[in-house]
Design a protein around this ligand. Structure first.
Ligand code: ZN
Length: 235
């Protein structure tokens, strides 16, 4: 087999493999419905958990500030014992009042935080309660779908092996060239010539190039730079 023939066969195998892979990626409606339900339940639980984590961080911050303020309050209350006159007494009380108010605000904020966290936790627990059942339904549907792909999977596996075997027979330079064009040209590295035209991009093939192809030489399309393949009468 000439190199061009090998490249053409490799292209044919890869196109067939690509077709199988596309078919395998399509989720049947029965599975798609439960897949959506399962993913959205997961998203919702992650969202609730993130909110809870956020509240937890806020709670720790407020708790820290609260204990600082309580410490300050004790300090002022201690000072109250040592005041020398009415003026110092009034000043100490003013500080105590302001700090008490601050402490009260922080305590209320902790309460709000706890109430909100309880509500979120209940929602999350509710979600988790039904999740095991949803997850098993998802797994069953997923297995059924994968099982139904049995033949396609087998075909794809055989095509993959065939492609590897063909690639192994190509000189490394040519294999790299093929892979490079394959990537750049949307999975089609070799284009067949029909009626002296590139079937991939419709560029006319000049007579000199056609002669090369008839000899079985490696030639590239002047329009899309793919490797060209022309059927030749078998000798
Ligand atoms: Zn072309």
């Amino acid at each position: 087999m000439s190199e061009v023939d090998k490249l053409w066969e490799l292209q044919t195998v890869l196109s067939a493999l690509n077709e199988r892979e596309k078919q395998m990626a399509v989720k049947p409606e029965g599975f798609a419905a439960i897949d959506r339900e399962y993913q959205s339940a997961n998203d919702e639980m992650s969202r609730l958990q993130e909110q809870l984590d956020g509240l937890g961080r806020e709670r720790r911050r407020v708790d820290g500030e609260l204990s600082d303020q309580q410490e300050t309050l004790r300090k002022y209350q201690g000072q109250l014992m040592q005041v020398k006159n009415q003026q110092q007494y009034a000043a100490a009380w003013k500080e105590i009042d302001a700090t008490r108010k601050h402490v009260k605000d922080l305590e209320e904020s902790v309460l709000r935080n706890m109430t909100e966290a309880d509500g979120l936790q209940q929602q999350l627990d509710g979600r988790r309660g039904g999740h095991g059942e949803l997850e098993s339904r998802y797994n069953v549907a997923h297995d059924e779908w994968q099982h139904s792909l049995g033949d396609l999977k087998k075909e794809a596996e055989e095509l993959r092996k065939r492609a590897e075997a063909l690639e192994a027979t190509l000189p490394p330079r040519l294999r790299n060239e093929f892979q490079r064009i394959l990537k750049q040209r949307n999975g089609v590295a070799v284009a067949r010539v029909d009626n002296n035209t590139c079937s991939a991009c419709r560029t006319r093939i000049r007579p000199a190039l056609a002669q090369q192809l008839k000899r079985g030489d490696l030639a590239f399309c002047e329009g899309c730079h793919r490797i060209l393949y022309m059927e030749r009468p078998s000798s």
